[in-house]
Design a protein around this ligand. Structure first.
Ligand code: HEM
Length: 501
């Protein structure tokens, strides 16, 4: 049964519904020291006041927005405001270490990402060994600079007595990301504007989305225990099964974290070598490589959707969400383009729609810019210090409906979106060229990224991958009341038989 009380966003951790303000971000993965569950709870109580709520995150963004507007009116530069945000999430192993034994009702979460790696198409030999170890939780720390970030991290470590005999956590690993410099700010390493299309959440984001977009999703698509968190449609094609959540799960969300390496010089070289032909050289026209890149992603580097502006970029359209794909046609946007694979919009009209598949993304770029040497050699350096990519994070109330499904059943699936009615019939759409993995050992390919813009249905092979999974984990991000009353409560393991929602 969904909770009937109105949602109070003071109760929800800030990264889920708003996103923590950030120029830099640190994911600090930890393990609760063996036998220290109870003492960990004590330390956790001291951390709770540091946790950034959705209300606080919204307030911060509002302050920035108003400050920038005021500065622009007065013709002055708006300085960076010192800030830092903190959220905390736990893996299933973390719940067990805390003695929280209630079944949270999500098989994908309970099994963990290592067990799911083959389903996602990951090659475990490419995983960083730290993600094969037990991880109990993660601190998501954001700040306006690395100095402020480190200060917050030190504060947290001191509370958990890290490095001392009586420490209750130990570090497994940490990953740092930062917004890319200058004009690339907000763009991921392939150069595309990122973090644009997010589902608006009913009664949370109303009135905030700047462009007319898709219908808002019910709160329960993102938050456990709310309306919309009521059916588990997994495995695909089976009737919805009822999900039972423990009461402490209310207003929490599942976080899928992915450590994704990007091979940027290789991606750029591919675009150049397969540049689309037939574009007349005229002011404002893209290069053939730009057009191919846009057709692989479904948006131009500015963010403008190719469905709205198929043949040339228009930065004024960057944030637009008001487009619906023509289900029988991929001339404007290939069926397999990354944004069409991961949010097929009208392709699923009459097939259950997309609402339960929506996720809220909170990624950040990591690693340095491509070096001149890498550009010259058209190859990523083998030096690990030069590794770059995306620290991908997304929230949903059900991993089997959200991230896990999106990667396995959409991105890696050559026959999605289903195109049985297309006239004339076209070959299967192919694999998501950005994140899709060929789990059938056939070459990666897609249709509609034609080397000739008039032949939108021609096939393009791309055996190489440009995004490599280096690991990740599934976490649960509890509400603030759950942190206080369940996760940090001074009770003994095994005392968590809570009433169901
Ligand atoms: C390095 C890996 C990735 C890169 C470079 C990348 C890049 C992008 C870009 C440029 C966009 C368009 C801008 C936007 O709407 O934010 C986008 C959208 C999106 N991506 Fe990714 N992405 C990556 C990984 C993933 C993964 C792992 C997933 C989930 C399995 C995913 C799901 C989505 C979704 C749901 C959208 C929004 C689609 C829409 O509503 O139009 N992405 N991505």
């Amino acid at each position: 049964m969904a909770n009937q009380q109105p949602l109070d966003i003071n109760n929800v951790q800030g990264d889920i519904l708003e996103g923590l303000g950030k120029k830099t971000e640190l994911f600090f993965f930890f393990r609760i020291k063996a036998g220290q569950g109870l003492h960990f709870r004590e330390h956790l109580r001291s951390i709770i006041p540091l946790i950034t709520t959705t209300t606080e995150a919204k307030k911060f963004h509002q302050t920035i927005k108003e400050g920038k507007k005021e500065a622009a009116n007065e013709g002055r530069h708006f300085p960076l405001i010192e800030n830092s945000g903190v959220n905390i999430s736990f893996s299933q192993k973390g719940l067990v270490a805390l003695g929280i034994t209630d079944d949270i009702g999500d098989k994908v979460f309970k099994d963990g990402m290592l067990a799911d790696a083959a389903n996602l198409g990951d090659n475990l030999t490419e995983w960083d060994s730290d993600f094969k170890k037990d991880i109990h939780g993660v601190f998501d720390i954001t700040a306006n600079s690395m100095v402020v970030l480190d200060r917050t991290l030190d504060h947290i470590k001191r509370i958990f007595r890290s490095g001392h005999k009586d420490a209750t956590i130990e570090e497994v690993t940490q990953l740092r990301g930062q917004v890319r410099p200058g004009a690339e700010s907000g763009h991921e390493h392939f150069g595309f504007n990122d973090g644009l299309s997010q589902p608006a959440v009913e009664n949370v984001d109303a009135g905030v989305i700047s462009e007319p977009g898709e219908a808002p999703v019910r709160q329960g698509v993102i938050l456990l225990g709310r309306k919309g968190d009521d059916g588990l449609v997994f495995p695909p094609g089976t009737p919805p099964q009822h999900v039972t959540r423990p009461s402490w799960a209310l207003d929490g969300s599942f976080l899928a974290f992915r450590y994704l390496k990007q091979l940027v010089p290789e991606f750029d070289t591919f675009l150049q070598e397969n540049a689309l032909k037939g574009i007349p050289p005229a002011p404002g026209n893209p290069t053939g490589a730009d057009l191919l890149g846009a057709r692989l992603v479904g948006r131009w580097k500015s963010g403008a959707p190719i469905d709205l502006t198929p043949l040339r970029d228009n930065p004024a359209f960057a944030k637009r969400q008001d487009f619906r794909f023509d289900p029988n046609n991929q001339e404007r946007c290939p069926f397999a383009a990354h944004i069409r694979k991961t949010n097929p919009r009208s392709d699923l009209d009459g097939r259950g729609g997309t609402e339960i598949r929506r996720i809220i993304r909170r990624g950040i770029a990591f690693g340095p810019e491509v070096t001149e040497k890498e550009k010259r050699e058209r190859r990523s350096s083998p030096d690990e210090k030069l590794e770059r990519g995306l620290l991908f994070a997304c929230y949903q109330s059900n991993l089997g409906n959200g991230f896990h499904f999106m990667q396995q059943s959409w991105a890696n699936n050559r026959t999605f979106p289903p195109k049985t009615t297309t006239v004339p019939p076209v070959p299967a759409p192919g694999i998501d060229p950005i994140i899709g993995v060929a789990t059938d050992n056939l070459p990666r390919q897609m249709v509609g990224a034609s080397p000739d813009i008039s032949g939108a249905n021609t096939e393009l092979d791309f055996s190489a991958r440009w995004v490599i999974s280096r690991g990740g984990e599934y976490f649960f991000t509890p509400s603030i009341p759950a942190l206080k009353n369940t996760f940090a409560a001074p009770c003994h393991p095994g005392q968590h038989g809570r009433p169901e929602l």
